[in-house]
Structure formats: C-alpha cells, structure tokens
Design a protein around this ligand. Structure first.
Ligand SMILES: C[S@@+](CC[C@H](N)C(=O)[O-])C[C@H]1O[C@@H](n2cnc3c(N)ncnc32)[C@H](O)[C@@H]1O
Length: 334
C-alpha cells in the first residue's frame, strides 16, 4: 500500500492537505511509529515527501444508505424497486415495501434496523383508512412495541403507531402554525389526534386550546402528552366534533385548525359558526390545486354571510403524483 511518510509533527497538517486535495486513500487507516506517520495516498508521488510501500489496515466503511446493506440479498431489479426513504417516529421506523419485494421483507427490515439504529421496523400494510385515519402495520424487525415518544420543536409526543394517526412529515407545518399564533389566542384543534398541533402550539405560546378527536386512543395519548409537556390551559375532548360542537356553541375561537384533509370541507359550517371575527381558519385538503379549497371556503362564507380573506396558501407535502396536502389560511370577518 502506497503511503506518504511524514514526521509526526507534520502528520495532521499534511493529512488535512491530502484530504482537501482528495488524494488521501480513504479506505485505509493512517499508521504511526515512534517518529513517523504513514498516510495512504492514491498518487505515486507528492511534492518532496517520501512515498513508501507499507501495510495499512482497511477502514470499516459505514454504509451510506440502507440499500448498500441489501446488496447481497436483492438483485438489480429488486434494488430499483426499493424505496430510499422511510418515516422515523421516535425509536420506530415505518417503511413502505412494494408488492414485488414483500418476500424480502425480513431482509429489508433487518437492513433498515441496522442502518437506522432504531428499535423496531414496521412495514405499511394498508393506506391510511377509516374515520380514525390509522394504518395497518406489520412488525418486520426488532422488538414489537408500537408505543414510542417522538420529539419536535421542544415538545415530546407519546403515541401508539398502530392505534392513532401521526405524521412526522407535518413537523414544518406545525412549526409554521405555532409561529403564527399570537398571545392569548383561543384555539380549537377540531381533529387533534394525539395533539401534535395543540402541544407544539401550547408549549411555545401562551394560549387556550380545546382539542377534539373521535378516536379514544388518540385522546388518551393527548392527555398523556399534556402531562408529559407540563402544559396548561389545554382541554382534550373525546367525541365527534359535530356532536361536541353543540357544547362549544356558546364559545368563540380566534383560530380553528382543521387537519382532516380528506373531509375537512364537511366541517366548514361548524368552523364558521365557532370562529370569532378576525379569527383564522387553518384549513387542509388533498388536492391538485388551491382552487377547490378556496371555493369551498368562499361558498361557506357566502352561506354564513361573512367576509373572508385568504391570507396564505401552501403545499404541505406531496401525497401522490400531482396530489398535495394543501393548506389554506383564511381570515374570517376581518
Ligand atoms: C389526519 S388526522 C390528524 C390528527 C392530528 N391533527 C395530527 O396532525 O396528527 C385526523 C384526526 O381526525 C379524527 N377525526 C375524524 N373524524 C372526526 C370527527 N368527526 N370528529 C372529531 N375527530 C375526528 C381522527 O380520529 C384523526 O385522529
């Protein structure tokens, strides 16, 4: 193995120099003796330095992605089918495995576990479905414990990935909403789940929040998360918002969060009845454009005889080719 022989005093400076010039051989370890260091090099000469032929240990290279760990288990076509990304929720990884690779799920699970250094790997077994918006999962590697604690924006969220909806991909959206909240807002989180919007907002702002969800498990974790984060002025309610609405009718809210993108439009009437003048509705929809969502908000405004102003619109994430989880912020009776 070719190496530059260098007095120990100059070893570090020369190492940096060779790395910078990309002529150090990164597959081997530098070795030293009493007076000299030996830096592996890919060229035959370097300035006036002595180049020697010596034995150097191979470096154990870390895999750059989990595909590299599967090189011996999958053929080239299977490798092409493999998805590169996965969701990490606390110490759980959730992967999507295409039908052509289901027979290799254990290998994929093991590689994901090793690469991610997390405790469990579950594969998606269905799309998100039903009223509670949960997904079927199957453990493919690691320990079978679907309960975990996820951290974001100074907040900890405990949840069971099999029993509740949760998406780490909405973290930026939660931060955006939390940052737009003003002091003392009264907030209704219509479809709160385990409380990610409510908890992040409450942890970072002085506000009053009511969160409603039809999934009893989600409300159970929401209550735990309120304790976990030592939050105040935040009230979880289990139930269907259309029924809970009857008890909330006497209240007004400065902000209503409607993160049920497939069906939020069917709750706009309740949102318009509960929103205070100058209040903001954070409305979500799955769509290929903003037009349908804006039209639905405008139609409801007409029906309720209220003025609206669209103050912001954005694509939160892509859900399928051409389809997005979109967000519209509408100010009501401004
Ligand atoms: C897409 S998830 C969002 C949960 C949470 N906001 C989040 O971002 O993680 C929608 C939530 O709405 C709840 N849900 C569905 N229909 C409901 C209804 N009629 N009333 C109250 N909650 C409902 C589901 O149980 C689910 O937890």
């Amino acid at each position: 193995m070719k190496a530059v022989k260098v007095p120990l005093k100059q070893l570090n400076t020369l190492r940096k120099e060779l790395m910078g010039k990309k002529i150090m051989d990164m597959d081997y370890k530098i070795k030293t003796d009493e007076y000299f260091g030996y830096i592996p090099i890919i060229e035959n000469e370097y300035g006036s330095y002595e180049i020697v032929d010596t034995e150097l240990d191979l470096l154990k290279r870390q895999p750059q992605n989990f595909k590299e760990l599967l090189e011996n288990s999958l053929n080239k076509n299977e490798m092409n089918d493999l998805k590169n990304s996965f969701d990490v929720i606390g110490d759980i990884v959730i992967v999507e495995i295409p039908p052509s690779l289901v027979s290799k799920k254990k290998d994929i699970g093991k590689a994901t576990l090793k690469f991610s250094k997390k405790k469990s790997v579950y594969m998606k077994r269905s799309t998100i479905h039903g009223m509670t918006r949960i997904r079927d999962l199957e453990l493919i590697a690691g320990i079978n414990n679907p309960v975990t604690i996820y951290k974001e924006h100074n907040t900890r969220l405990k949840l069971n990935v099999e029993k509740v909806y949760f998406s780490p991909r909405l973290a930026t959206e939660r931060k955006r909403i939390s940052d737009s909240v003003i002091e003392n807002e009264r907030i209704l989180d219509m479809f709160c789940g385990v409380g990610p919007f409510s908890c992040v907002i409450s942890k970072n702002n002085n506000v009053k929040i009511i969160g409603v969800d039809i999934n009893n498990d989600a409300i159970k974790y929401f209550k735990e998360n309120i304790k976990l984060n030592k939050l105040k002025n935040i009230k979880p309610i289990h139930g269907d918002i259309k029924e809970v609405y009857e008890d909330l009718k006497s209240l007004k809210f400065d902000r209503i969060i409607m993160n049920l993108p497939g069906l939020a439009y069917s709750f706009l009437e309740q949102a318009f009845d509960l929103i205070a003048d100058n209040g903001i509705v954070n409305y979500y929809e799955f769509s290929n454009s903003y037009n349908q969502a804006i039209k639905r908000i405008e139609d409801m405004a007409l029906q309720k005889n209220k003025k609206i102003k669209i103050i912001n619109k954005r694509k939160v994430k892509s859900v399928s080719p051409g389809q997005y989880h979109i967000a519209i912020d509408a100010k009501i009776n401004y």
